[in-house]
Design a protein around this ligand. Structure first.
Ligand SMILES: NC(=O)C1=CN([C@@H]2O[C@H](COP(=O)(O)OP(=O)(O)OC[C@H]3O[C@@H](n4cnc5c(N)ncnc54)[C@H](O)[C@@H]3O)[C@@H](O)[C@H]2O)C=CC1
Ligand SMILES: O=C(CO)COP(=O)(O)O
Length: 342
């Protein structure tokens, strides 16, 4: 198949390698001509995916028409805060048709509209054939062909299966899932919890704190997801708890590393600058906090992180406030229904 990949960051580049090794004709589009020129000359993406050689067969261009015309699949890998602009720009140029399948691989919620990428895509182009590809997958490991499992989620089974076939090989296993919103909310919100896990590490806390954040984190993620129409099983899957575990524990995670720097005393801006790549949780924390208020959902970890990142709250005070919240049952439903020990 002919496939366009939009953006030459770490994830777009790693996925273009998978698709190329699966025998597809891949063209990567990026807006920065100098970046493209350097990749073409060196066959490396030194800025975003250090030390990895890129096959000569992968095309790199900054000509959008050349990259998208007559392709079967368009993979969007722009940071989520730029998904709206980029998708709309390609749509208005007439470069997206419903003969193509659009795959989004970014993980976030737009801070202005509070929409996920699928909600943006359907609003801009109601006939879009949309698939979201998510799950525990650091680009650095995928580029080395280390075993990875993903989820392709779509309202349309054929489109989900097409994307499953396209990316599957002996080091990449792709499952399908009809729950697009559940997969999107999982992928977006795990970045917030990973920032928190990094802050916890940076403050010198241990594995107990990390396990507590992961476990209470998936509860917050699923509560917001359920309010937005997600299915509960999704949060137990690869896009849910799977991606939460890898992002909260891996040294590859930009969100976790950014949190560690904040825990060690840097400001959010200083930490993001030092990471030098997108730190999605820094933006999605604003969207998730706003959504929790809109839907009346208690999300204590998200709320404390919002205060630390945007209201200058001291991180240690935030932890103390989380630890000394009102005492409660582990399962909220017990509080409102029957006594659990009856
Ligand atoms: N890197 C990874 O391991 C994974 C990343 N993701 C997600 O993929 C998305 C992209 O992440 P990365 O590639 O890692 O980020 P990155 O920071 O490595 O690269 C982002 C790329 O997007 C480009 N870009 C930024 N704004 C743009 C715009 N308005 N138009 C066109 N291009 C633009 C940048 O120039 C850069 O090339 C994020 O949502 C991330 O959460 C998902 C799974 C794995
Ligand atoms: O989504 C990812 C792994 O699944 C990448 O996480 P980071 O953006 O924190 O590096």
């Amino acid at each position: 198949m002919k496939i366009s990949v939009v953006a030459a960051g770490s994830w777009g580049t790693a996925l273009s390698m998978v698709l190329n090794s699966n025998g597809h004709k891949v063209t990567v589009w990026a807006r920065n001509a100098d970046h493209i020129e350097t990749i073409r000359k060196t066959r490396q993406n030194e800025k975003y995916l250090k030390g990895i050689r890129l096959d000569e067969k992968i095309n790199f261009t900054c000509d959008a028409e050349m990259a998208l015309t007559d392709t079967d699949v368009v993979v969007f890998s722009v940071p989520s805060q730029h998904f709206q602009d980029t998708f709309q720009m390609f749509y208005e140029k007439g470069l997206l048709t419903n003969r193509q399948v659009v795959v989004n691989v970014s993980k976030g919620i737009d801070m202005n509209s509070l929409e996920t990428p699928s909600q943006i895509a359907y609003r801009v182009y109601p006939e879009v054939r949309f698939v979201t590809l998510s799950g525990p997958s650091h680009a650095e490991e995928v580029a080395l062909e280390l075993p990875t499992a993903l989820v392709a989620a779509s309202k349309n089974r054929n489109d989900a299966e097409l994307i499953q076939d396209l990316f599957s090989n002996d080091y990449m296993r792709v499952y399908t899932n009809p729950d697009v919103i559940g997969v999107e909310i999982s992928g977006a919100l795990k970045n917030i919890i990973a920032l928190g896990a990094g802050i916890s590490d940076g403050l010198g806390f241990g594995d107990n704190a990390k396990a507590a954040l992961i476990t209470r984190g998936i509860k917050e993620i699923s509560q917001l997801g359920l309010a937005l129409g997600a299915k509960p099983e999704t949060f137990k899957g690869l896009a849910g708890v799977g991606d939460l575990i890898v992002t909260c524990t891996s040294m590859h995670s930009r969100n976790r590393r950014c949190g560690m720097l904040i825990g060690q005393g840097l400001t959010l801006n200083e930490a993001v600058k030092q990471i030098g790549m997108v730190v999605e949780g820094a933006y999605t924390v604003k969207s998730a906090y706003a959504l929790s208020q809109r839907h009346g959902i208690e999300m204590p970890i998200t709320a404390e992180l919002y205060r630390v990142l945007y209201e200058d709250k001291n991180a240690k005070t935030a932890v103390l406030d989380l630890m000394t919240r009102r005492k409660k049952h582990e399962m909220d439903e017990y509080a409102s229904k029957i006594e659990p020990w009856d």
